[in-house]
Design a binder for this molecule. Structure first.
Ligand code: SF4
Length: 287
């Protein structure tokens, strides 16, 4: 199974007259509401769960059983994904994890798979972290998919992670964390990670400005690591990309997302700078 097999849509499965829905993104809720009405009219009992349902607890509760005991469904979204811990020690306001998962819990037993979806693996105990690395040594193509907390990354973490065949992702969500980000990045490089094995999530459009977002994106790209822009979405948004922060315009957000999420294509392949990039232009012609 390839690793690029994340399902972008809600997952649905049946067990007799019961239908289960796992919904990740809140903007899928209106469509799922219609789906539940259809399923109910066919005589099914619908059970809905997942992050979107937890963040909008009343949206479906009149037509479905919501947020019952959690039904493991991560593998249905991606068969190569796993958790070794849930929750987080932090409470970042833009993040759904504190609301839907709560405090950090280390799992004793977890399927060894290459895509690690822990929210904050580095906040786990040394014993847990070591056991995760030791277990992952038997497989290749590992991806710490949810990012590693730069503020917690130590030389020890970096050196142990370098024992794995893996891609690591940091996050630089706020200009205030520049020192932490640069320190963590440097530790990873010193431990032997090439630039192309480090990526960085960059939150844009939250409380930042276009200038500070551009600085973070460009500074990461100067290292030859790929930044991965993430447009801020309110936690219970019923429509995607509707929120525009005070310092931004919709056009700026679109330009940033289009260019920086296709950086290889625009910058490496066609040599177009961000400043010269026309986000409304449909096609880029070779030569
Ligand atoms: S550290 Fe990461 S997972 Fe934890 S609350 Fe902040 S953004 Fe969410």
């Amino acid at each position: 199974m390839g690793k690029k097999t994340w399902s972008k849509k809600p997952i649905e499965w049946k067990d007799g007259k019961n239908v289960f829905l796992s919904i990740v993104f809140s903007w899928d809720l209106p469509k799922m509401r219609e789906r539940i009405i259809d399923l109910s009219s066919e005589g099914y009992q619908v059970h809905a769960g997942g992050p979107a349902v937890k963040l909008n607890p009343s949206y479906l509760e009149d037509i479905a059983f919501c947020n019952e005991q959690e039904i493991p469904s991560l593998w249905r979204h991606n068969p190569n994904a796993t958790f070794t811990s849930r929750g987080c020690i932090r409470k970042c306001k833009f993040c759904a994890v504190p609301t839907i998962e709560g405090n950090l819990v280390e799992l004793d037993d977890w399927p060894v798979r290459p895509i690690i979806c822990d929210n904050n693996l580095l906040a786990c105990s040394r014993i847990h972290f070591d056991s995760v690395v030791d277990n992952l040594k038997s497989i290749s193509g590992i991806d710490f998919n949810q990012g590693l907390d730069a503020r917690l990354l130590t030389k020890y973490h970096a050196e142990r992670l370098a024992e794995l065949d893996c891609l690591v992702r940091l996050a630089w969500d706020d200009i205030a964390y520049e020192n932490s980000f640069r320190r963590a990045y440097q530790l990873l490089r010193e431990a032997g990670f090439p630039a192309n094995k480090i990526q960085a999530y960059v939150l844009i459009g939250y409380k930042d400005t276009p200038e500070d977002a551009l600085y973070r994106l460009q500074e990461i790209w100067k290292t030859k690591s790929f930044p991965n822009p993430m447009r801020y979405q309110p936690l219970n948004a019923l429509k995607k990309n509707e929120f525009v922060g005070d310092a931004w315009t919709e056009a700026e957000l679109r330009k940033y997302m289009k260019y920086w999420s296709r950086l290889f294509w625009y910058n490496v392949r066609f040599g177009i700078s961000f400043e010269d990039f026309d986000y409304l232009k449909k096609k880029v012609k070779n030569g």
